[in-house]
Design a protein around this ligand. Structure first.
Ligand code: X2X
Length: 338
């Protein structure tokens, strides 16, 4: 080999090593099912801005709110992220659970009692296991955020015992576990995308729905259409900040570190807002009352009645989630309680 050719090769190699950013896209698309208002949307904007700033513009993320990237079909979000139609997503575990079955863990009826248990699982071995599963399916998870414990709202009456739900038409996400839960409770569940659900509330096409207080019910003013709310902690909806694997691999080590650090920081910020006033003194509930809502908080014994009614759903879906994942979550929770 001639010396000139050798030095040319060395130079090309050196170039490849020193410029890992040559394959970066000029813009990265980020999917979010909700609009820019409220903790979820605001966290997406904050993440995009901080990442742009901290990478000196190398990673330029554009948030696409209100499900624009998946044309309304929220349970397709994971597939679109995996295929690279979206590069990033701040997604609900519910919306991804139709593709990634173990994520139904968070929708198992009355499984998680409080935020400490949720943190023990997402921050524990189970959270890592779930991220490994996502990675095998083409998505790298870099942070856990929160939509929240899902509360039940309706326009007809207070819900205190399972019988109160009888015959009520309840909008749920298009994820089959929710159909099973509400059927077991005697209600009439209908699955509907979020973008169709909001007009359906306005037109009273449905009697009720279920969503977290701070992240959805308040920003979307659900109290204007459905004045009864029951706080029952029947399902939790963590969010995952995920990146398409090919995109992740294209980023330099330094930028990956920036992404992870920023995700942790912004997701912690978001979680505080998602939970604000929903622990201890439950101040967020006074806000709902000031908006004319009639608030019911289930006691532990009332909650048990609902839990009993949905026991067959728990059994069926434990198998679908995977017994090992459910066991692992139980272990993480027990560890936290010690
Ligand atoms: O559709 C819903 O209910 C929402 C916004 O909470 C989710 O994306 C799961």
């Amino acid at each position: 080999m001639s010396n000139i050719f050798k030095s040319l090769l060395v130079a090309v190699f050196a170039m490849l090593l020193t410029i890992p950013s040559f394959a970066y896209k000029s813009q990265y698309k980020m999917s979010i099912v909700v609009g820019p208002k409220g903790p979820w949307g605001e966290a997406a904007t904050k993440f995009a801005n901080l990442v742009r700033e901290r990478t000196d513009g190398r990673i330029n993320i554009k948030p696409y709110f209100a499900g624009q990237l998946f044309a309304g079909n929220q349970t397709n979000e994971f597939l679109l992220l995996r295929r690279g139609v979206a590069d990033f997503a701040l997604g609900s575990t519910i919306n991804w659970s139709t593709i990634i079955k173990p994520l139904n863990l968070f929708s198992l009826p009355f499984f998680f009692k409080n935020y400490q248990e949720v943190d023990a699982v997402t921050g524990g071995k189970t959270g890592k296991k779930l991220f490994r599963i996502l990675r095998r399916k083409g998505v790298v998870g870099i942070g856990w955020g929160e939509n929240g414990f899902r509360a039940l709202t309706n326009s007809k009456r207070p819900i205190r015992v399972p019988n109160d739900l009888k015959g009520l038409k309840i909008r749920v996400v298009g994820s089959p576990i929710f159909i099973d839960i509400f059927r077991a409770l005697g209600a009439n569940p209908v699955s509907m995308n979020w973008s169709d659900a909001v007009p359906a509330f306005r037109q009273k096409v449905v009697d009720g729905e279920e969503n977290p207080v701070n992240v959805v019910i308040i920003p979307y003013k659900v109290y204007n259409f459905q004045p009864y709310i029951t706080i029952w902690h029947y399902a939790i909806d963590p969010l995952i900040l995920g990146i398409n694997k090919a995109d992740w691999r294209s980023f330099s080590k330094k930028d990956r570190r920036i992404l992870k650090r920023t995700a942790r920081e912004v997701m912690d910020w978001e979680k505080i807002r998602a939970r604000n006033g929903l622990e201890g003194s439950m101040k967020a509930l006074s806000y709902l009352k000031s908006k004319g809502m009639k608030v019911t908080v289930l006691t532990e014994s009332q909650r048990k009645l609902f839990k009993q009614k949905t026991a067959p759903v728990m059994l069926k879906w434990t198998k679908i989630v995977g017994k090992n994942i459910v066991k692992s979550a139980e272990k993480d929770i027990a560890k936290q309680e010690r």
